[in-house]
Design a protein. Structure first.
Length: 423
């Protein structure tokens, strides 16, 4: 039986595995390395975060993005966008240098068994683990607006479903959304010969400003500090104090996770976008129907008037909605038993990222309502990995208590509120 099985091999999963191996744990990491970055982002995209805040985490602080770029003669500079392909290659290099060998298998089921868990894969016999860390990334939580879900295949897709946008050359494409994915997808479509139109509920687009120099006068640096999530004290708190966010009431954490660091485009994208992409702002989608080989969108503008947009294809760049109910690889009874953060459908976690089910840990997007918005970004892997592994070591030291015995009472759970746990 393994001490720890890590499900997922993206930035969070690889960082956790590196820390676990460094701590002497018997760890296995399952998944396709950097799958979201390699398989679900179009060619031509750039990393939005600064290179110095986009490191995977190793226990000795080595194997940074700058280290990788130096080996390839590539410059990773503050204020200079880095191609997504370079970052994906960095993650693969990190996996070879700092983490245990990744087993490229598809995990189909995680189920409690005895004092641990049974992990089934599509490729071989089940594994047994004392603890499990789910670092499944964002793909299980793809969000498509309800109005688009009944369209026939080929009429609509999610922005994460494309590696090559050139196939839309010569076609009209409606891109829904107002964040970086929507803005960059629309710009890339235009640059590859398509005729995109951006449709957004927001009445204005937000753009990040050009980053300030890393070296600044002390007073200016104090007034507007740098952080892994941008400049300013608010961003600094989200970036550097996730442990403090966790101490807030659940309602406050829900609000922060939903609203902090909202949709905005990178400064370096603005000219490319505004020069080539028409926009329909303040328009809400209420209906979508197939009309022959085309798609007809029913929209309502800010004045309440109905607008019809006829297009060849719709790309929903509408992000991801973390919800345990959509994590189908996790045993349904276990999912139903987990204590959640308010109404979010995400797990309530202890300081070591352990859920209310002893031995079951989470990392990444699902943890944002517990630890704040940094968990939505690569930067959060540095905070997560060491603390999660310390949580695993603490759990293993506790003798691997049978999960149904006396589950952890997460902070903030209502006193006397009954919960059902599997036995």
């Amino acid at each position: 039986m393994d001490d720890l099985v890590v499900v997922g091999a993206g930035p969070y999963g690889l960082s956790i595995a590196a820390h676990a191996a460094g701590a002497g744990l018997d760890v296995r990491v399952l998944g396709r390395p950097m799958a979201s970055w390699r398989d679900h982002m179009p060619d031509g995209m750039y990393l939005k975060s600064e290179p110095w805040s986009s490191n995977l985490s190793a226990p000795d602080g080595r194997h940074t993005l700058a280290d990788y770029c130096a080996t390839r003669g590539v410059r990773a500079e503050h204020g200079t966008p880095l191609p997504i392909g370079t970052f994906s290659s960095y993650g693969m290099w990190f996996a070879r240098q700092a983490a245990p060998e990744v087993e490229e298998v598809t995990v189909t089921e995680v189920t409690p068994q005895g004092e641990g868990f049974r992990v089934r894969t599509a490729e071989g016999p089940p594994l047994l683990a004392r603890t499990v860390a789910l670092a499944v990334g964002v793909m299980p939580f793809v969000h498509v607006p309800p109005a688009l879900r009944e369209l026939p295949p080929g009429h609509c897709s999610h922005s994460s479903g494309h590696r090559d946008l050139a196939r839309f050359a010569g076609q009209e494409v409606a891109v829904l959304g107002a964040g970086q994915a929507a803005l960059e997808t629309a710009a890339l479509l235009a640059e590859q010969g398509a005729r995109p139109c951006l449709v957004a509920r927001r009445t204005r687009l937000n753009w990040n400003t050009v980053p300030q120099p890393l070296s600044r006068p002390p007073l200016r640096a104090l007034r507007d500090p740098h952080s892994g999530l941008g400049t300013g004290w608010r961003s600094w708190v989200w970036s550097e104090l996730p442990w403090a966010v966790r101490r807030l009431p659940a309602q406050s954490r829900e609000r922060i996770a939903a609203t902090a660091l909202g949709p905005a485009g990178a400064w370096w994208l603005r000219e490319r976008f505004e020069r080539h992409v028409p926009v329909m702002l303040g328009h809400r989608l209420h209906r979508a129907v197939a009309a022959g080989g085309r798609t007809r969108l029913g929209l309502t503008n800010r004045s309440g008037e109905s607008v019809v947009l006829d297009t060849a294809h719709v790309i929903a760049a509408t992000g991801f909605a973390p919800d345990l109910a959509r994590l189908e690889l996790l045993d349904a009874g276990l999912r139903a038993a987990l204590v959640t953060v308010g109404e979010t459908g995400t797990p309530e976690l202890g300081p070591g990222f352990e859920s209310s089910w002893p031995g079951l840990f989470f990392a990444g997007l699902l943890t944002a309502p517990s630890f704040g918005p940094s968990m939505r970004f690569v930067h959060g892997a540095g905070f997560t990995a060491g603390r999660l592994v310390r949580g695993v070591r603490k759990r293993l030291g506790a003798g691997g208590r049978l999960p149904g015995a006396r589950p952890i009472a997460p902070r903030g759970a209502a006193a006397g509120h009954p919960r059902t746990y599997l036995r």
